[in-house]
Design a protein around this ligand. Structure first.
Ligand code: BG6
Length: 471
């Protein structure tokens, strides 16, 4: 607790939005319940509409009632939590907002000396540049002696390589790298952090983790929900930008990266960046062999979509990594909305054994398969060849699996980890500018060439389009 003993103010810009309601407020409340928020803290929600503090607290209570399990005994705790919350109304483009924020912040500062300030930008990315600048220039985002200011930015960070670079330059002019926390909430998921322990804390996994033993890797994120409620954001963005450029490439980086020399922020982030930088650019002239895109039928009828929309709600991609240990190993990435099931997993297909002993017996062996399931449950399973019971000698496949322990210590909402780490200043699970740019460098040429390949169609609630590039 010593690390967060200093008073801290958390300012959520976009404090009335969906992310705040569904993820951030429940995460902050859970941290409060676990005693993991600074002892003296203050949360300010900001949005455009006029509201009193009491009205905003009602909004907070209603959000928490929907997203955390409310037992009667928590009523009092909830009231105490809410008493640390206030509200400021205003527009990002108007200087009065920053003045009003400063006034609200100084009320808390006057009681606790100057406190740390954590700004969470839960706003559409088009406002990022303006907010970074106005926060700094108004003095609201400056640092006082012995106090830090941290800026948390949601993805997408830019919408292609050029805009990500511009944003990065603007940000670097105003804040130090150790003040900037670029969020990829997938990195903060328990099951995703477990990829590192599974790979590097088990000798069993170390030796075969390369092209000699691995045939291919499939990284999948399927969702049952469509984009109806979010078509305003999704139209023109599409699946590859929404989850491919960030979450899925980060899963690839964790799966393929060489072991960091030490367990430090820099070494881990460098290893992820090195892997992303080693992605082999796809050949734009034969893009159809390595990328597939599709849209579910009915997408064009959503409120904010155009009747001629080419936005993909599904994609498949075959990536290769230019590192000696991964030469020739395909990494298949696949994601889609409105599919038949919701699942996130990393499946490692091992090569079949080279030995001929079983061939002479006419026993078929199969390559082992390791599945790291990220959601809906955190599970690890391995298929193995085993002798089928009986008088003869035949082989059969058996699966060894376990779900990672659940219980009160499990963090179900990854934003809890995001917020906690941003308060204690640990950037390990936040992306560096190198990672963001390397991912955009790989993705941007594909997006620019999208029109060259067909946009397939699929029905909602199915496995996706009939076509596939995954072999
Ligand atoms: C977000 C995407 O980053 O991740 C959404 O914008 C997607 O489209 C979401 O649904 C999935 O996150 P999770 O944690 O629910 O798997």
């Amino acid at each position: 607790m010593s690390k967060i003993s200093k008073p801290t103010q958390i300012i959520i810009l976009g404090g009335g939005g969906d992310l705040t309601r569904r993820k951030l407020l429940p995460a902050l409340f859970d941290l409060y319940m676990r005693d993991k928020l600074p002892q003296e803290f203050h949360i300010i929600g900001q949005a455009r509409s006029e509201k009193t503090n009491a009205e905003y607290r009602e909004f907070v209570e209603a959000s928490l009632a929907q997203h955390v399990t409310m037992k009667e005994t928590k009523e009092r705790t909830l009231k105490n939590f809410c008493s640390n919350i206030s509200y400021v109304a205003g527009n990002f483009s108007e200087p009065e907002l920053y003045q009003d924020l400063e006034n609200e912040l100084s009320i808390f500062d006057s009681k606790h000396k100057r406190a740390n300030r954590l700004f969470y930008l839960a706003v559409p990315p088009k406002f990022y540049g303006e907010i970074f600048k106005d926060l700094k220039e108004s003095g609201v985002g400056s640092e006082a002696e012995d106090c830090w200011t941290h800026i948390l930015v949601e993805k997408p960070f830019g919408n292609n390589l050029a805009t990500a670079k511009e944003l990065d330059i603007e940000l670097a002019d105003l804040y130090r790298e150790d003040q900037i926390f670029r969020i990829d909430h997938y990195l903060a998921k328990e099951a995703v952090q477990n990829v590192l322990s599974f790979r590097f804390a088990n000798r069993l996994m170390q030796a075969p983790w390369n092209k000699d033993s691995i045939e291919s890797v499939a990284i999948t994120m399927t969702e049952t929900i469509d984009v109806g409620g979010r078509s305003n954001f999704y139209e023109g963005v599409g699946a590859l930008r929404d989850v491919g450029q960030n979450h899925l490439l980060q899963l690839l980086a964790l799966t393929a990266m060489p072991e960091p020399s030490e367990f430090t922020v820099d070494a881990i982030r460098r290893a992820r960046a090195d892997t992303l930088e080693a992605l082999v650019p796809l050949d734009i002239n034969s893009l159809e062999k390595s990328v597939l895109r599709a849209q579910y039928s009915g997408y064009k009828t959503h409120e904010h979509t155009s009747g001629t929309s080419e936005t993909e709600t599904y994609f498949e991609l075959k990536a290769e990594i230019n590192l000696p240990e991964w030469e020739g190993v395909p990494f298949y990435i696949r994601s889609g909305k409105a599919l038949d099931k919701a699942e996130v997993s990393i499946v490692v297909h091992f090569k079949d054994v080279a030995s001929g002993m079983f061939d002479t017996q006419n026993c078929l062996t199969s390559g082992n398969m390791l599945t790291l399931t990220i959601s809906p449950e955190q599970k690890i399973s391995i298929t193995l060849n085993s002798k089928a019971p009986g008088l003869g000698f035949q082989l059969e496949q058996r699966t060894l699996s376990f779900t990672c322990e659940k219980g009160d210590s499990e963090i179900k909402n990854s934003y809890e980890k995001v917020l906690y780490d941003a308060v204690v200043g640990d950037q390990t699970l936040f992306t560096t500018t190198e990672e963001v740019l390397a991912a955009w460098k790989f993705i941007t040429p594909i997006i620019e060439a999208w029109a060259k390949i067909p946009l397939h169609s699929y029905e909602k609630g199915t496995k996706g389009p009939e076509q596939t590039i995954i072999s």
